[in-house]
Ligand binder design. Structure first.
Ligand code: CUA
Length: 196
Protein backbone atom coordinates (compact mmCIF):
# COMPACT_ATOMS: atom_id res chain seq x y z
CA UNK A 1 0.00 0.00 0.00
CA UNK A 2 1.40 3.38 -0.95
CA UNK A 3 2.01 6.05 1.74
CA UNK A 4 -0.11 9.15 1.12
CA UNK A 5 2.04 12.22 0.39
CA UNK A 6 2.95 14.92 2.96
CA UNK A 7 4.06 14.94 6.63
CA UNK A 8 2.41 11.96 8.37
CA UNK A 9 2.00 14.03 11.62
CA UNK A 10 -0.21 16.56 9.84
CA UNK A 11 -2.47 14.10 8.21
CA UNK A 12 -6.12 14.28 9.38
CA UNK A 13 -6.88 11.79 12.16
CA UNK A 14 -9.00 8.75 11.48
CA UNK A 15 -12.58 8.85 12.80
CA UNK A 16 -12.89 8.29 16.54
CA UNK A 17 -9.35 9.40 17.39
CA UNK A 18 -9.19 12.43 19.70
CA UNK A 19 -6.43 14.94 19.02
CA UNK A 20 -3.65 15.19 21.60
CA UNK A 21 -4.46 18.82 22.55
CA UNK A 22 -8.04 17.88 23.41
CA UNK A 23 -6.87 14.95 25.55
CA UNK A 24 -4.33 17.14 27.36
CA UNK A 25 -6.92 19.89 27.99
CA UNK A 26 -9.42 17.40 29.39
CA UNK A 27 -6.80 15.79 31.63
CA UNK A 28 -5.70 19.17 32.94
CA UNK A 29 -9.28 20.06 33.79
CA UNK A 30 -9.75 16.83 35.73
CA UNK A 31 -6.49 17.38 37.62
CA UNK A 32 -7.77 20.84 38.63
CA UNK A 33 -11.13 19.40 39.72
CA UNK A 34 -9.39 16.71 41.82
CA UNK A 35 -7.08 19.30 43.37
CA UNK A 36 -10.07 21.51 44.19
CA UNK A 37 -11.86 18.54 45.82
CA UNK A 38 -8.80 17.81 47.95
CA UNK A 39 -8.62 21.45 49.03
CA UNK A 40 -12.32 21.45 49.96
CA UNK A 41 -12.02 18.20 51.94
CA UNK A 42 -8.91 19.44 53.77
CA UNK A 43 -10.73 22.69 54.57
CA UNK A 44 -13.74 20.78 55.92
CA UNK A 45 -11.47 18.77 58.23
CA UNK A 46 -9.65 21.85 59.50
CA UNK A 47 -12.80 23.98 59.90
CA UNK A 48 -14.79 21.29 61.73
CA UNK A 49 -11.74 20.55 63.89
CA UNK A 50 -11.35 24.17 64.93
CA UNK A 51 -14.93 25.47 64.92
CA UNK A 52 -16.82 22.30 65.85
CA UNK A 53 -14.30 20.92 68.36
CA UNK A 54 -14.16 17.65 66.43
CA UNK A 55 -10.82 16.14 67.18
CA UNK A 56 -9.18 12.80 67.84
CA UNK A 57 -9.22 11.81 71.49
CA UNK A 58 -6.17 13.20 73.15
CA UNK A 59 -5.91 11.01 76.19
CA UNK A 60 -4.38 7.57 76.14
CA UNK A 61 -5.61 5.69 79.17
CA UNK A 62 -5.38 1.95 79.40
CA UNK A 63 -7.69 -0.34 81.35
CA UNK A 64 -8.03 -4.11 81.66
CA UNK A 65 -11.29 -5.12 79.92
CA UNK A 66 -11.39 -8.42 81.82
CA UNK A 67 -11.73 -6.82 85.25
CA UNK A 68 -13.95 -3.80 84.43
CA UNK A 69 -16.87 -5.13 86.45
CA UNK A 70 -14.83 -6.10 89.49
CA UNK A 71 -14.15 -2.62 90.78
CA UNK A 72 -12.74 0.76 90.01
CA UNK A 73 -14.16 3.45 87.79
CA UNK A 74 -16.30 1.22 85.57
CA UNK A 75 -17.85 -0.94 88.29
CA UNK A 76 -21.63 -1.10 87.84
CA UNK A 77 -22.38 1.32 90.68
CA UNK A 78 -20.24 4.01 89.03
CA UNK A 79 -21.88 3.83 85.60
CA UNK A 80 -24.21 6.55 84.36
CA UNK A 81 -24.11 10.24 85.20
CA UNK A 82 -22.19 11.67 88.14
CA UNK A 83 -22.02 15.35 89.08
CA UNK A 84 -18.55 16.61 89.91
CA UNK A 85 -17.81 19.10 92.71
CA UNK A 86 -17.41 21.85 90.08
CA UNK A 87 -20.96 21.20 88.78
CA UNK A 88 -19.93 19.48 85.55
CA UNK A 89 -21.22 16.03 84.66
CA UNK A 90 -19.25 12.88 84.01
CA UNK A 91 -20.98 10.01 82.21
CA UNK A 92 -19.41 6.57 82.38
CA UNK A 93 -20.54 3.92 79.89
CA UNK A 94 -19.41 0.46 78.91
CA UNK A 95 -19.96 -0.77 75.35
CA UNK A 96 -20.52 -4.47 74.98
CA UNK A 97 -22.13 -6.75 72.42
CA UNK A 98 -24.80 -5.42 71.83
CA UNK A 99 -25.67 -2.54 74.10
CA UNK A 100 -24.22 0.31 76.07
CA UNK A 101 -24.49 0.08 79.85
CA UNK A 102 -26.43 1.93 81.08
CA UNK A 103 -28.80 1.80 78.15
CA UNK A 104 -29.90 5.41 78.57
CA UNK A 105 -28.31 8.29 80.44
CA UNK A 106 -29.69 11.61 81.57
CA UNK A 107 -27.59 14.74 81.62
CA UNK A 108 -28.35 18.36 82.48
CA UNK A 109 -28.52 20.94 79.70
CA UNK A 110 -26.06 23.83 79.58
CA UNK A 111 -23.52 21.95 81.64
CA UNK A 112 -20.10 20.68 80.62
CA UNK A 113 -20.43 16.93 80.06
CA UNK A 114 -17.55 14.52 79.90
CA UNK A 115 -18.22 11.04 78.49
CA UNK A 116 -15.84 8.30 79.57
CA UNK A 117 -16.29 5.03 77.77
CA UNK A 118 -14.64 1.70 77.44
CA UNK A 119 -15.46 -1.65 75.90
CA UNK A 120 -15.84 -5.02 77.55
CA UNK A 121 -15.30 -6.99 74.35
CA UNK A 122 -14.74 -5.67 70.82
CA UNK A 123 -14.40 -2.25 69.18
CA UNK A 124 -17.60 -0.19 69.28
CA UNK A 125 -18.31 3.38 68.23
CA UNK A 126 -20.03 6.18 70.13
CA UNK A 127 -21.69 8.96 68.16
CA UNK A 128 -24.20 11.63 69.13
CA UNK A 129 -25.57 13.12 65.91
CA UNK A 130 -25.44 16.95 65.67
CA UNK A 131 -22.83 17.22 68.40
CA UNK A 132 -19.05 16.99 68.46
CA UNK A 133 -19.28 13.58 70.16
CA UNK A 134 -17.85 10.86 67.96
CA UNK A 135 -15.32 8.36 69.21
CA UNK A 136 -14.26 4.77 68.91
CA UNK A 137 -14.65 2.63 72.00
CA UNK A 138 -11.72 0.28 72.02
CA UNK A 139 -11.24 -2.54 74.54
CA UNK A 140 -8.25 -1.84 76.74
CA UNK A 141 -8.58 1.93 76.44
CA UNK A 142 -10.74 4.64 77.99
CA UNK A 143 -12.21 7.04 75.42
CA UNK A 144 -13.02 10.52 76.69
CA UNK A 145 -15.07 13.17 74.89
CA UNK A 146 -16.34 16.48 76.22
CA UNK A 147 -19.38 18.38 75.09
CA UNK A 148 -22.20 20.63 76.26
CA UNK A 149 -25.85 20.35 75.27
CA UNK A 150 -27.42 23.76 74.75
CA UNK A 151 -31.00 22.50 74.53
CA UNK A 152 -32.91 19.76 76.33
CA UNK A 153 -33.76 16.88 74.02
CA UNK A 154 -33.30 13.24 73.20
CA UNK A 155 -30.18 12.11 71.41
CA UNK A 156 -30.32 8.73 69.76
CA UNK A 157 -26.95 7.12 69.84
CA UNK A 158 -26.12 4.38 67.36
CA UNK A 159 -23.00 2.27 67.70
CA UNK A 160 -21.19 3.23 64.51
CA UNK A 161 -18.50 0.60 64.40
CA UNK A 162 -19.40 -2.83 63.07
CA UNK A 163 -19.11 -5.06 66.13
CA UNK A 164 -20.87 -8.26 65.17
CA UNK A 165 -24.22 -9.69 64.19
CA UNK A 166 -26.17 -7.47 66.60
CA UNK A 167 -24.42 -4.23 65.61
CA UNK A 168 -27.49 -2.76 63.92
CA UNK A 169 -29.49 -3.13 67.14
CA UNK A 170 -26.91 -1.42 69.34
CA UNK A 171 -28.53 1.89 70.22
CA UNK A 172 -28.49 4.03 73.31
CA UNK A 173 -30.14 7.28 74.24
CA UNK A 174 -28.84 10.39 75.93
CA UNK A 175 -31.67 12.38 77.42
CA UNK A 176 -30.83 16.03 78.04
CA UNK A 177 -33.11 17.68 80.60
CA UNK A 178 -33.20 21.20 82.09
CA UNK A 179 -30.80 21.72 85.01
CA UNK A 180 -33.50 22.08 87.69
CA UNK A 181 -35.29 18.95 86.49
CA UNK A 182 -32.01 17.05 86.59
CA UNK A 183 -31.21 18.25 90.10
CA UNK A 184 -34.60 17.00 91.32
CA UNK A 185 -33.86 13.44 90.22
CA UNK A 186 -32.46 10.69 92.34
CA UNK A 187 -29.29 8.88 91.28
CA UNK A 188 -31.19 5.89 89.86
CA UNK A 189 -33.57 7.93 87.73
CA UNK A 190 -30.59 9.39 85.96
CA UNK A 191 -29.88 6.04 84.37
CA UNK A 192 -33.41 4.68 84.07
CA UNK A 193 -34.63 6.77 81.19
CA UNK A 194 -34.85 3.89 78.74
CA UNK A 195 -38.28 3.55 77.13
CA UNK A 196 -39.67 0.20 78.15
CU1 CUA B 1 -21.30 -2.00 68.91
CU2 CUA B 1 -21.57 -1.82 66.61
Amino acid sequence: MAEPPGNPLQRPLADGIVPEEVVARTENRWVMIMAAMLVVMMAVIVITGVAGALHPSSNVEVIDPLTLHLGGEFAESNLGTAIEPDGSATVRLIGEQYDFVPHCVRVPANTPVKFRLTSADVVHGFLLPDTNVNTMVVPGFVAEVRTRFAEPGEYEMPCHEFCGLGHHAMWTRVSVVPQDQFAAQGPLERTRCAKQ
